[in-house]
Design a protein around this ligand. Structure first.
Ligand SMILES: [Zn+2]
Ligand SMILES: [Zn+2]
Length: 143
C-alpha cells in the first residue's frame, strides 16, 4: 500500500504506474483529462489558463441559469453572433433552453411570465389534462 500524494488515499501498488509512481492512476487520469480540457477551451474559446476554473468558482460550480451542479463538466457558452464567451452552462441550458429560445432574452422573459401567469387559467379557468397525458409528460421529463 502506498499513499497517493494527490488524493491522499492509501492504495495498492497496482494503482501506480511503477514503483516510483507518487500519484495514483486515478489522479493521473483526472489530471490528464483536465489538462486536455484546459487546452481545448483555450484553443476553442480563447480562455487563458485558469480562466475556466476562475469562472467555475465565480459561478459556485453551478450552471449560471438553472444552478444545477452535475458531474458533467459545464459547457462554455458563447454568443453565436460575435463569438463572445458568456459563461458556463449545463448541457440542458446551453443546448436546449437557449437553443429553443434562439438566444432571445425576450422569449425567455415571456416564458417565465407564461409559467407564472398561464393564459388558460386566466381566460377559461382550471382545466385538467387526463391522467394519461399527465403521466406521459412526467415520464418524459425524467429521461
Ligand atoms: Zn490519487
Ligand atoms: Zn442549466
Amino acid at each position: 500500500m502506498k499513499r497517493c500524494e494527490r488524493c491522499g488515499l492509501n492504495r495498492q501498488e497496482r494503482f501506480y504506474s511503477g514503483p516510483r509512481g507518487r500519484i495514483c492512476t486515478t489522479c493521473q487520469k483526472k489530471a490528464r483529462s483536465e489538462a486536455h480540457h484546459r487546452r481545448r477551451v483555450g484553443k476553442t474559446y480563447g480562455l487563458e489558463p485558469g480562466e475556466y476554473d476562475a469562472l467555475f468558482i465565480a459561478q459556485n460550480g453551478a450552471c449560471a441559469i438553472c444552478k444545477g451542479t452535475r458531474r458533467q463538466r459545464l459547457s462554455v457558452d458563447h454568443d453565436h453572433r460575435d463569438g463572445v464567451v458568456r459563461g458556463l452552462l449545463c448541457r440542458m441550458c446551453n443546448g436546449r433552453l437557449l437553443t429553443a429560445a434562439r438566444d432571445r432574452p425576450e422569449v425567455l422573459r415571456a416564458a417565465a411570465e407564461y409559467l407564472e401567469f398561464p393564459p388558460a387559467i386566466e381566460h377559461i379557468g382550471r382545466r385538467y389534462a387526463s391522467e394519461e397525458v399527465n403521466n406521459n409528460s412526467r415520464q418524459r421529463r425524467k429521461r
